[in-house]
Design a protein around this ligand. Structure first.
Ligand code: ADP
Length: 260
């Protein structure tokens, strides 16, 4: 709040209040800038597929197109509409998360069971690239989470690991059981991330590999969603990666039997 209630105070106190006021104003400006950047980004992200869809549809309507070009244009229209669909679902997911931030009510969740559900969902895409997914051995390990949100975290990390890896490679999920937490890793032998981008990949709409993200229908929001969910569940996220070698995305969650 931008208010400094008037009261009797010493000079030093007054200076403190002014400082707090300045801090509040700059924090407010920062949030305001973030909000308008976000709206600008969303508009830009939507404009690109809309322009492509409109352009190709116009060409098709003009009529003078052979069968091969028609097929190509229709495919682009279809793919761009899928991308718009993904973007809208991711935006809805983020806004739902923001609205319910303080209301996430963690329950005991079987980590292995949720992982298997996620792997079953991504298996067809992995198989289409001949990528194998290695899992930890089956283990009854309960963490504090929300099943659907945890599923989303696994889906986003596994989908990325598959998209940013070459055909025939391997994606590997492991975890370390620590005293109070579990640290889960999703590792790939893919294209990796340059060092200077590592601190930014969890930002909304930040992409390292723009063309590849586009080609796979990526929205640039997957990792922002992962970070949001894990933070709301009281955990941490991070990534280690080497260009050309692969990436190790990790997150932590509290263990069931270690809650205070
Ligand atoms: P996108 O929809 O573009 O994949 P994400 O938020 O999921 O958006 O990821 C942000 C960016 O981080 C991606 O565009 C990609 O450049 C990079 N990235 C994410 N996961 C990986 C990975 N496993 N290997 C290499 N780069 C990755």
């Amino acid at each position: 709040p931008i208010s400094a209630a008037p009261r009797m105070r010493s000079k030093a106190d007054g200076r403190h209040d002014v400082l707090m006021l300045v801090n509040d104003v700059s924090e407010w400006r920062r949030l305001e800038r973030m909000r308008s950047d976000f709206v600008a980004n969303v508009s830009h992200e939507l404009k690109t597929p809309i322009a492509a869809i409109r352009g190709f549809a116009e060409t098709l309507l003009d009529g003078d197109v052979d069968d091969e070009a028609r097929e190509k244009f229709l495919r682009t229209i279809y793919e761009e509409s899928l991308r718009m669909g993904n973007l809208v679902s991711d935006l809805l997911e983020l806004s739902k998360l923001e609205a319910s931030d303080s209301h996430v009510d963690p329950v005991a969740v079987d980590l292995y069971e949720v992982l298997v559900r996620a792997v079953d969902r991504v298996r067809p895409v992995a198989q289409s690239k001949d990528i194998s997914i290695e899992l930890p051995r089956p283990q009854r390990l309960h963490v504090w989470a929300e099943p659907d949100l945890l599923l989303q975290v696994f889906l986003n990390l596994l989908t990325n690991a598959i998209h940013y890896s070459p055909p025939g490679s391997q994606v590997c999920v492991t975890w370390d059981v620590l005293v109070d937490r579990v640290k889960v890793h999703v590792k790939d032998n893919g294209i990796g991330i340059p060092r200077e981008s590592l601190s930014r990949v969890f930002e909304r709409f930040y992409r390292v590999h723009k063309d590849r993200s586009r080609a796979s229908g990526g929205t640039g929001l997957g990792l922002a969603i992962v970070k949001h969910i894990v933070t709301a569940l009281g955990g941490e996220v991070g990534v280690e990666s080497e260009e050309g070698k692969g990436s190790d995305f990790w997150f932590t969650l509290s263990r069931l039997d270690a809650r205070p």
